[in-house]
Ligand binder design. Structure first.
Ligand SMILES: [Zn+2]
Length: 314
Protein backbone atom coordinates (compact mmCIF):
# COMPACT_ATOMS: atom_id res chain seq x y z
CA UNK A 1 0.00 0.00 0.00
CA UNK A 2 1.14 3.50 -0.86
CA UNK A 3 1.33 5.82 2.17
CA UNK A 4 1.51 9.61 1.85
CA UNK A 5 2.40 11.35 5.11
CA UNK A 6 1.56 15.06 5.09
CA UNK A 7 3.83 16.14 7.95
CA UNK A 8 7.04 15.32 9.79
CA UNK A 9 9.69 17.39 11.56
CA UNK A 10 12.61 15.05 10.86
CA UNK A 11 14.66 17.83 9.25
CA UNK A 12 15.09 19.31 12.75
CA UNK A 13 17.46 16.45 13.62
CA UNK A 14 19.15 16.64 10.22
CA UNK A 15 19.77 20.39 10.35
CA UNK A 16 21.07 19.98 13.91
CA UNK A 17 23.57 17.39 12.67
CA UNK A 18 22.16 14.68 14.95
CA UNK A 19 21.51 12.14 12.20
CA UNK A 20 21.14 11.59 8.48
CA UNK A 21 18.15 10.09 6.68
CA UNK A 22 20.07 7.02 5.45
CA UNK A 23 21.03 6.12 9.02
CA UNK A 24 18.80 4.09 11.24
CA UNK A 25 19.02 3.22 14.93
CA UNK A 26 19.88 6.76 15.94
CA UNK A 27 16.55 7.62 17.48
CA UNK A 28 13.64 9.66 16.17
CA UNK A 29 10.73 8.32 14.15
CA UNK A 30 11.71 8.69 10.50
CA UNK A 31 14.65 7.67 8.36
CA UNK A 32 14.81 6.07 4.92
CA UNK A 33 14.89 2.44 6.16
CA UNK A 34 11.88 3.02 8.40
CA UNK A 35 9.92 4.90 5.69
CA UNK A 36 10.57 1.88 3.43
CA UNK A 37 9.39 -0.55 6.12
CA UNK A 38 6.22 1.49 6.63
CA UNK A 39 5.46 1.63 2.91
CA UNK A 40 5.69 5.42 2.86
CA UNK A 41 5.90 6.50 -0.76
CA UNK A 42 5.52 10.25 -0.25
CA UNK A 43 6.70 12.25 2.72
CA UNK A 44 6.34 15.95 3.43
CA UNK A 45 9.42 17.28 5.24
CA UNK A 46 8.74 20.50 7.14
CA UNK A 47 11.18 23.27 7.99
CA UNK A 48 10.08 24.54 11.38
CA UNK A 49 11.71 27.75 12.59
CA UNK A 50 12.86 27.56 16.20
CA UNK A 51 11.89 30.56 18.33
CA UNK A 52 15.54 31.50 18.94
CA UNK A 53 15.75 32.60 15.26
CA UNK A 54 12.80 34.96 15.62
CA UNK A 55 12.20 37.67 14.89
CA UNK A 56 14.49 38.51 12.03
CA UNK A 57 16.34 35.33 11.08
CA UNK A 58 13.44 33.14 9.99
CA UNK A 59 14.38 33.15 6.31
CA UNK A 60 18.03 32.30 7.04
CA UNK A 61 16.95 29.41 9.24
CA UNK A 62 14.51 28.18 6.60
CA UNK A 63 17.37 28.23 4.07
CA UNK A 64 19.48 26.09 6.40
CA UNK A 65 16.63 23.56 6.50
CA UNK A 66 16.29 23.70 2.73
CA UNK A 67 20.03 23.09 2.37
CA UNK A 68 19.76 20.07 4.69
CA UNK A 69 16.85 18.73 2.60
CA UNK A 70 18.81 19.18 -0.67
CA UNK A 71 21.81 17.32 0.79
CA UNK A 72 19.61 14.41 1.81
CA UNK A 73 17.96 14.18 -1.61
CA UNK A 74 21.31 14.45 -3.40
CA UNK A 75 23.04 11.88 -1.18
CA UNK A 76 20.21 9.33 -1.47
CA UNK A 77 19.32 9.30 -5.17
CA UNK A 78 18.16 5.66 -5.12
CA UNK A 79 15.71 6.25 -2.29
CA UNK A 80 14.51 9.84 -2.42
CA UNK A 81 13.04 11.85 -5.28
CA UNK A 82 12.58 15.59 -4.91
CA UNK A 83 8.92 16.23 -5.74
CA UNK A 84 8.00 19.64 -7.15
CA UNK A 85 5.19 18.67 -9.53
CA UNK A 86 2.47 16.11 -10.17
CA UNK A 87 4.79 14.49 -12.74
CA UNK A 88 7.60 14.22 -10.16
CA UNK A 89 5.20 12.53 -7.74
CA UNK A 90 4.03 10.03 -10.36
CA UNK A 91 7.62 9.32 -11.44
CA UNK A 92 8.76 8.72 -7.86
CA UNK A 93 5.98 6.14 -7.50
CA UNK A 94 6.87 4.42 -10.77
CA UNK A 95 10.56 4.28 -9.83
CA UNK A 96 9.84 2.97 -6.35
CA UNK A 97 11.38 5.99 -4.64
CA UNK A 98 10.08 7.98 -1.73
CA UNK A 99 8.69 11.27 -3.04
CA UNK A 100 10.16 13.97 -0.80
CA UNK A 101 8.14 17.17 -0.59
CA UNK A 102 9.66 20.28 0.92
CA UNK A 103 7.48 22.34 3.25
CA UNK A 104 7.70 25.27 5.63
CA UNK A 105 5.89 25.12 8.96
CA UNK A 106 5.05 28.69 9.87
CA UNK A 107 5.03 31.85 7.75
CA UNK A 108 7.54 33.41 10.18
CA UNK A 109 10.06 31.93 7.72
CA UNK A 110 9.28 34.85 5.39
CA UNK A 111 10.41 37.45 7.96
CA UNK A 112 7.41 39.51 6.87
CA UNK A 113 8.55 39.78 3.23
CA UNK A 114 5.85 38.66 0.81
CA UNK A 115 8.41 38.19 -1.99
CA UNK A 116 10.13 35.45 0.05
CA UNK A 117 7.23 33.11 -0.76
CA UNK A 118 8.19 33.37 -4.43
CA UNK A 119 11.85 32.63 -3.60
CA UNK A 120 10.88 29.60 -1.51
CA UNK A 121 8.66 28.36 -4.31
CA UNK A 122 11.61 28.63 -6.71
CA UNK A 123 13.68 26.61 -4.23
CA UNK A 124 11.07 23.86 -4.40
CA UNK A 125 8.90 24.48 -1.35
CA UNK A 126 5.41 23.19 -2.21
CA UNK A 127 3.51 23.56 1.08
CA UNK A 128 3.49 26.20 3.76
CA UNK A 129 1.67 26.10 7.06
CA UNK A 130 0.57 29.73 7.25
CA UNK A 131 1.17 30.07 10.97
CA UNK A 132 2.80 27.92 13.56
CA UNK A 133 1.24 28.18 17.03
CA UNK A 134 2.39 31.74 17.76
CA UNK A 135 1.16 34.87 16.03
CA UNK A 136 3.35 35.84 13.08
CA UNK A 137 3.46 38.50 10.34
CA UNK A 138 0.75 36.66 8.37
CA UNK A 139 -1.80 35.96 11.07
CA UNK A 140 -2.62 34.45 14.46
CA UNK A 141 -1.61 30.95 15.44
CA UNK A 142 -3.74 28.48 17.38
CA UNK A 143 -2.14 29.32 20.72
CA UNK A 144 -2.15 33.07 20.16
CA UNK A 145 -5.61 34.07 18.94
CA UNK A 146 -6.72 37.70 18.82
CA UNK A 147 -9.62 37.12 16.44
CA UNK A 148 -7.90 39.11 13.72
CA UNK A 149 -7.49 36.55 10.97
CA UNK A 150 -4.93 37.06 8.22
CA UNK A 151 -2.95 40.29 8.06
CA UNK A 152 -2.62 42.22 4.81
CA UNK A 153 0.70 40.43 4.19
CA UNK A 154 -1.01 37.13 5.00
CA UNK A 155 -3.66 37.74 2.36
CA UNK A 156 -0.99 38.57 -0.22
CA UNK A 157 0.99 35.44 0.64
CA UNK A 158 -1.92 32.99 0.38
CA UNK A 159 -2.96 34.53 -2.95
CA UNK A 160 0.59 34.13 -4.26
CA UNK A 161 0.62 30.52 -3.05
CA UNK A 162 -2.62 29.90 -4.94
CA UNK A 163 -1.22 31.50 -8.08
CA UNK A 164 2.08 29.58 -7.99
CA UNK A 165 0.66 26.19 -7.04
CA UNK A 166 1.66 25.80 -3.41
CA UNK A 167 -0.41 23.90 -0.87
CA UNK A 168 -1.94 26.26 1.70
CA UNK A 169 -1.83 24.42 5.03
CA UNK A 170 -4.30 25.51 7.72
CA UNK A 171 -2.95 23.37 10.56
CA UNK A 172 -1.80 25.47 13.54
CA UNK A 173 -3.95 28.45 12.44
CA UNK A 174 -6.26 30.13 14.93
CA UNK A 175 -9.97 29.86 14.15
CA UNK A 176 -10.13 33.42 12.81
CA UNK A 177 -7.04 32.83 10.65
CA UNK A 178 -8.58 29.59 9.37
CA UNK A 179 -11.74 31.34 8.15
CA UNK A 180 -9.75 34.22 6.77
CA UNK A 181 -7.61 31.77 4.77
CA UNK A 182 -10.78 30.14 3.47
CA UNK A 183 -12.13 33.53 2.37
CA UNK A 184 -8.94 34.63 0.63
CA UNK A 185 -8.00 31.47 -1.28
CA UNK A 186 -9.44 29.33 -4.01
CA UNK A 187 -9.12 25.59 -4.56
CA UNK A 188 -8.27 22.83 -2.11
CA UNK A 189 -6.80 23.49 1.32
CA UNK A 190 -4.96 20.95 3.44
CA UNK A 191 -4.76 20.58 7.20
CA UNK A 192 -1.47 18.68 7.29
CA UNK A 193 -1.57 17.57 10.93
CA UNK A 194 -4.67 18.22 13.05
CA UNK A 195 -7.25 16.07 14.79
CA UNK A 196 -10.96 16.40 15.53
CA UNK A 197 -12.17 18.97 18.04
CA UNK A 198 -15.52 17.15 18.32
CA UNK A 199 -13.64 14.22 19.86
CA UNK A 200 -11.14 16.29 21.83
CA UNK A 201 -11.48 20.03 22.44
CA UNK A 202 -7.98 21.36 21.72
CA UNK A 203 -7.02 24.57 19.89
CA UNK A 204 -4.85 22.57 17.46
CA UNK A 205 -7.81 20.44 16.40
CA UNK A 206 -10.47 21.19 13.76
CA UNK A 207 -14.17 21.78 14.42
CA UNK A 208 -16.67 19.85 12.33
CA UNK A 209 -17.53 23.11 10.57
CA UNK A 210 -13.88 23.56 9.57
CA UNK A 211 -13.59 19.94 8.45
CA UNK A 212 -16.72 20.36 6.31
CA UNK A 213 -15.35 23.59 4.80
CA UNK A 214 -12.07 21.89 3.82
CA UNK A 215 -13.99 19.02 2.24
CA UNK A 216 -16.28 21.37 0.31
CA UNK A 217 -13.20 22.96 -1.19
CA UNK A 218 -11.87 19.56 -2.27
CA UNK A 219 -9.09 19.47 0.34
CA UNK A 220 -7.85 16.92 2.85
CA UNK A 221 -7.77 16.88 6.66
CA UNK A 222 -4.88 14.80 7.99
CA UNK A 223 -5.05 13.12 11.37
CA UNK A 224 -1.93 13.05 13.54
CA UNK A 225 -0.58 10.25 15.71
CA UNK A 226 0.06 12.68 18.57
CA UNK A 227 -1.24 11.89 22.06
CA UNK A 228 -1.84 15.50 23.21
CA UNK A 229 -4.04 16.19 20.13
CA UNK A 230 -5.90 12.87 20.18
CA UNK A 231 -6.92 13.38 23.78
CA UNK A 232 -7.72 11.16 26.73
CA UNK A 233 -9.48 7.99 25.71
CA UNK A 234 -7.94 8.05 22.24
CA UNK A 235 -4.36 7.16 23.13
CA UNK A 236 -4.05 4.10 20.89
CA UNK A 237 -4.08 3.12 17.24
CA UNK A 238 -7.83 2.61 17.71
CA UNK A 239 -8.04 6.20 18.99
CA UNK A 240 -6.33 7.48 15.85
CA UNK A 241 -8.87 5.57 13.77
CA UNK A 242 -11.70 7.01 15.91
CA UNK A 243 -10.52 10.47 14.83
CA UNK A 244 -10.20 9.30 11.21
CA UNK A 245 -13.68 7.74 11.29
CA UNK A 246 -15.14 10.97 12.62
CA UNK A 247 -13.40 12.96 9.87
CA UNK A 248 -14.80 10.52 7.29
CA UNK A 249 -18.29 10.94 8.73
CA UNK A 250 -18.07 14.74 8.43
CA UNK A 251 -15.89 15.19 5.34
CA UNK A 252 -16.38 12.03 3.30
CA UNK A 253 -13.75 9.40 2.62
CA UNK A 254 -12.12 11.35 -0.23
CA UNK A 255 -11.10 14.18 2.10
CA UNK A 256 -9.20 12.45 4.90
CA UNK A 257 -5.49 11.64 5.16
CA UNK A 258 -2.59 11.07 7.55
CA UNK A 259 -0.13 13.67 8.85
CA UNK A 260 1.87 11.75 11.41
CA UNK A 261 3.85 14.61 13.00
CA UNK A 262 6.68 12.10 13.42
CA UNK A 263 9.77 13.71 14.93
CA UNK A 264 7.64 16.72 15.92
CA UNK A 265 7.02 15.19 19.33
CA UNK A 266 9.26 13.52 21.87
CA UNK A 267 9.34 9.80 22.65
CA UNK A 268 6.26 10.11 24.90
CA UNK A 269 4.28 12.20 22.43
CA UNK A 270 3.30 9.43 20.02
CA UNK A 271 0.20 7.34 20.44
CA UNK A 272 0.69 3.99 22.22
CA UNK A 273 1.39 1.14 19.83
CA UNK A 274 3.27 3.13 17.18
CA UNK A 275 6.98 3.65 17.78
CA UNK A 276 7.98 5.14 14.43
CA UNK A 277 7.26 5.34 10.69
CA UNK A 278 7.85 1.61 10.19
CA UNK A 279 4.56 0.97 12.03
CA UNK A 280 2.30 3.49 10.29
CA UNK A 281 0.58 0.57 8.54
CA UNK A 282 -1.04 -0.37 11.86
CA UNK A 283 -3.47 2.49 11.25
CA UNK A 284 -4.53 0.87 7.96
CA UNK A 285 -4.83 -2.51 9.69
CA UNK A 286 -7.19 -1.06 12.30
CA UNK A 287 -9.33 0.49 9.56
CA UNK A 288 -9.53 -2.91 7.81
CA UNK A 289 -10.34 -4.63 11.10
CA UNK A 290 -13.34 -2.29 11.44
CA UNK A 291 -14.51 -3.32 8.00
CA UNK A 292 -13.45 -0.37 5.90
CA UNK A 293 -13.05 -1.52 2.29
CA UNK A 294 -9.52 -1.61 0.87
CA UNK A 295 -10.08 1.17 -1.69
CA UNK A 296 -11.17 3.49 1.12
CA UNK A 297 -8.19 2.52 3.30
CA UNK A 298 -5.90 3.30 0.36
CA UNK A 299 -7.62 6.65 -0.22
CA UNK A 300 -7.08 7.69 3.41
CA UNK A 301 -3.53 6.34 3.66
CA UNK A 302 -2.30 8.09 0.52
CA UNK A 303 -4.46 8.44 -2.55
CA UNK A 304 -6.37 11.51 -1.36
CA UNK A 305 -3.20 13.48 -0.68
CA UNK A 306 -1.71 12.35 -4.00
CA UNK A 307 -4.80 13.72 -5.76
CA UNK A 308 -4.78 17.08 -3.97
CA UNK A 309 -1.01 17.70 -4.12
CA UNK A 310 -1.01 16.77 -7.82
CA UNK A 311 -3.91 19.10 -8.51
CA UNK A 312 -2.29 22.02 -6.69
CA UNK A 313 1.34 21.56 -7.79
CA UNK A 314 0.35 20.88 -11.41
ZN1 LIG B 1 3.22 21.20 13.87
Amino acid sequence: MFVFDAHCDTLMDVVAGKRRLAETGKGGHIDIPRLRQGGVGAQVFAAWIEREFLPGSGARRACQYIDAFYREVEDNPDDLAFVRSAADLARAQQEGKIGAILAIEGGEALDGSVEMIRIFHRLGVRLMTITWSDRNELGDGAYDPTGGGLTKAGVQVVREMNRMGMVVDVSHASDATFWSILQNTTGPLVASHSNSRALFDHPRNLTDEQVRAIAERGGVVCATLVKPFLGPGYNSVAGVVDHIDHFVKIAGVEHVGIGSDFDGVGPDGLVDGIADASQIGLVAEEMRRRGRPEHEVEAIMGRNLTRVFSEIMG
